[in-house]
Design a protein around this ligand. Structure first.
Ligand code: C2E
Ligand code: MG
Ligand code: MG
Ligand code: MG
Length: 289
């Protein structure tokens, strides 16, 4: 990327790279603009299903950016840039506030026997902000969301950059009664040795493992090992990206606790979620087709 280019490498800065750097800069400018205006971001919500009861237990909030000219930009295309530039801190604050407020409002509009949970992706950059504890506490107070309904999803890679600080902050956050979930498990550092030292409640198995169920036997063994490890450490397991009935059957057989994926439901806008909640579909068994 543009930042990494030194003077000595100027000669390799050909037109193609120039184009790339220009695009990146344009994206960064547009992102700053979007952040100021706060009108182009939306959250989608993807249901998380209990693989024991088949019922929706909660939703994961996923950010969407509607660029006025370029249309929808995937978080995969702008979150890394937001992380690199530090903009993720403000974006993350917005996401957390919006998601907590939305879930609190759904709790009031559509009460369920077990209150629905909201999972929010939390970047490593956010965790190392000095005021992160106060920030989360403040947002919970302001929105009125029951803290035990909030799940913060963190990734191992970003955590490992500053393990000592991260451990302290994560323990602090759990005193608020929020849960910490380990996202994209298996894709970053080999995490087994430090997992028990972190106050993690749930491990989310990365979609790449789930996708290859059926085609590559060894991945099934990896999933089995992750589930066993998690259960031995008193953690639960969520599988990401379940798309087929075969994947679901295998994950159930391996005692995986929760699942998320297009097989059940895709991420949805809040209007769609409200249709679902109004129809009382939280009582439906999504394991049955
Ligand atoms: P993630 O947290 O692992 O979220 C799961 C991603 O998998 C989502 O992609 C979701 O739409 C997608 N997905 C769910 N089920 C299926 C399936 O059955 N098949 C396939 N192919 N995909 C499925 P999305 O929404 O594009 O988000 C991508 C990533 O961007 C997220 O991965 C997360 O790391 C990041 N992200 C999204 N929103 C936020 C945010 O508010 N803050 C931060 N820091 N990161 C975010
Ligand atoms: Mg996530
Ligand atoms: Mg994930
Ligand atoms: Mg992922």
């Amino acid at each position: 990327c543009a930042k990494a280019l030194g003077k000595a490498r100027y000669e390799v800065f050909d037109s193609k790279m120039h184009e790339g750097a220009a695009l990146l800069l344009e994206l960064e400018t547009a992102l700053r603009h979007a952040l100021l205006k706060q009108e182009e971001f939306r959250l989608d919500y993807q249901p998380i299903i209990s693989l024991t009861t088949g019922k929706i237990i909660g939703f994961e909030a996923l950010i969407r950016w509607y660029h006025p000219e370029r249309g929808l930009i995937s978080p995969e295309d702008f979150i890394p840039l937001a992380e690199e530039t530090g903009m993720i801190v403000s974006i993350g604050q917005w996401v957390l506030y919006e998601a907590c407020q939305q879930m609190h409002s759904w709790h009031q509009q559509f009460p369920t026997s077990l209150p629905l949970t909201i999972s929010v992706n939390f970047s490593g950059k956010q965790i190392t902000q000095p005021d992160v504890f106060q920030e989360v506490k403040y947002i919970l107070q302001q929105t009125g969301l029951e803290p035990s309904c909030l799940k913060l999803e963190i990734t191992e890679t970003l955590l490992m950059d500053n393990f000592e600080l991260a451990t302290t902050v994560l323990s602090q956050l759990t005193t608020l009664n929020v849960e910490l979930h380990m996202d994209d498990f298996g894709t970053g550092y080999s995490s087994l040795s430090y997992l028990h030292r972190l106050p993690i409640k749930t491990i989310k198995i990365d979609r790449s493992f789930v996708t290859s169920i059926g085609s590559r036997g060894e991945n099934l063994e990896i999933i089995r090992a992750i589930v066993t490890l998690a259960h031995n450490l008193n953690m639960s397991v969520t599988a990401e990206g379940i798309e087929t009935v075969e994947q679901l059957a295998q994950l159930k057989a391996l005692q995986c606790d929760y699942g998320q994926g297009y097989f059940f439901l895709p991420p949805m806008g809040c209007a769609e979620v409200e249709i679902l909640l109004a129809a009382n579909l939280c009582g439906k068994n999504f394991l049955k087709r």
